[in-house]
Design a binder for this molecule. Structure first.
Ligand SMILES: Nc1ncnc2c1ncn2[C@@H]1O[C@H](COP(=O)(O)OP(=O)(O)OP(=O)(O)O)[C@@H](O)[C@H]1O
Ligand SMILES: [Mg+2]
Length: 364
């Protein structure tokens, strides 16, 4: 199949020269004589590479670059080569920082331009292949996680049924079965995290928005984790500021199930990375433009130099659970994505040996 090249220049003779040359080299050419036309044709024809003049009367090449690369993400992998008489360094830097892949100044040697076009096409091919592989990986991960989820939840339910009949079990058997239950829960959590990652990556994590009372969610997540906290003799103190209390609480438009996942991970982390007998404080308060929720622990803390990576996937940070708990390192990256989808903010402050505070802001 012929490669498609979009040639953009407001001077017709310049377009003609390039058109003739690249047609003779076996390219399919698409021509545009101004910025606006360039954007339209790029959208309609989806070229493989774009040769873009900068100085044009309607909209200039910088703006075209900005529109295609920053505002329309489907052009991310389509290389743009700026072809222009502007020789100053600032223009080159500006063009490249707006997303152009390469820069050629007029007068240029057409063989050099051809070589640059070919190199840009190689880049595009590599990016397309990567995109395809990533999609394949997501499909595989999604399918595998989905198929593993049901048998694991069946194991969990079966084990729970056995545990209902505790009296018939010898103490040793009881311990073993509890262990199976714990492990099954661990696998279930991992699979749920992986499914979330796939949903986020493929843009399929839709939000089902409704008016949510955050204090109710906080109470729910508190109840869900009470046993885990008690088993480490950790006291969880929930403070809900008066004016946020049920009557005047500004409900926020949010997806309650997703927000619950955020709170659940933050609280399980706080419990996981806090030694026996310490305290965790959850604080919900009204702030300008929304609600702020903080979870403070007196745990092991996170070194300052690791904080910038804290919301990365599988960040492998140094803090370790204090009681042999498990984790996969996906929780916080999912929290950040969910908070971002809600147009909120998540921050962290920490001091090694003293504790950590995660703060989530959600707009009301
Ligand atoms: N409250 C905290 N105190 C100290 N370290 C923390 C705290 N929360 C997170 N961390 C550090 O950040 C890492 C990433 O947290 P994250 O929630 O993403 O993963 P995880 O809890 O290890 O696994 P997962 O949540 O996927 O089960 C943790 O492994 C830990 O090193
Ligand atoms: Mg976690």
């Amino acid at each position: 199949m012929k490669e498609k090249i979009l040639i953009v220049d407001d001077v017709k003779e310049n377009v003609d020269i390039l058109n003739q040359y690249f047609t003779a080299k076996g390219f399919q050419t698409v021509l545009a004589y101004g910025g606006r036309q360039a954007v339209d044709k790029a959208e309609r024809e989806r070229p493989d590479v774009i040769l873009l003049d900068i100085m044009m009367p309607d909209i200039d090449g910088f703006r075209v670059c900005e529109i295609l690369k920053k505002e329309r993400t489907h052009f991310k992998n389509i290389p743009i080569i700026l072809v222009t008489a502007k020789e100053d360094i600032e223009s080159k830097v500006k063009g490249l920082s707006l997303g152009a892949e390469d820069y050629v100044t007029k007068p240029f040697d057409i063989k050099e331009l051809e070589a640059r076009v070919n190199s840009a096409l190689r880049l595009k091919k590599a990016l397309d292949e990567l995109k395809e592989l990533n999609e394949l990986k997501n499909q595989f991960l999604g399918m595998a996680s989905h198929d593993i989820k049901s048998p694991v939840s069946r194991i969990e339910r079966t084990v729970e049924a056995i545990l209902k009949n505790k009296a018939s079990l010898a103490p040793e058997q009881l311990e073993q079965i509890k262990k199976i239950k714990e492990e099954a829960q661990g696998v279930f959590n991992l699979i749920s995290d992986l499914l979330n990652v796939v949903k986020i990556e493929t843009g399929k994590m839709g939000l089902e928005l409704e008016k949510v009372a955050l204090d109710k969610l906080v109470e729910e997540v508190f109840r869900m984790n009470q046993m885990a906290a008690e088993s480490k003799k950790i006291v969880v103190d929930v403070q809900i500021d008066k004016e946020v209390g049920s009557a005047t609480l500004p409900k926020i438009l949010a997806d309650p199930a997703r927000l619950l996942e955020v709170l659940e991970n933050l609280l399980t982390n706080a419990i996981k990375f806090t030694p026996l007998g310490k305290k965790i404080t959850i604080h919900l308060k009204k702030v300008k433009g929304g609600i702020s929720l903080s979870i403070h622990d007196e745990g092991v803390g996170i070194p300052q130099n690791e904080l910038p990576r804290i919301f990365d996937r599988f960040a492998r940070l140094s803090p370790q659970p204090t009681y042999g708990e498990k984790g996969t390192g996906l929780g916080l990256s999912i929290c950040k994505q969910i908070v971002d989808l809600h147009k909120g903010k998540i921050d962290v402050q920490s001091e090694v040996g003293r504790g950590t505070t995660f703060t989530v802001f959600l707009p009301s």
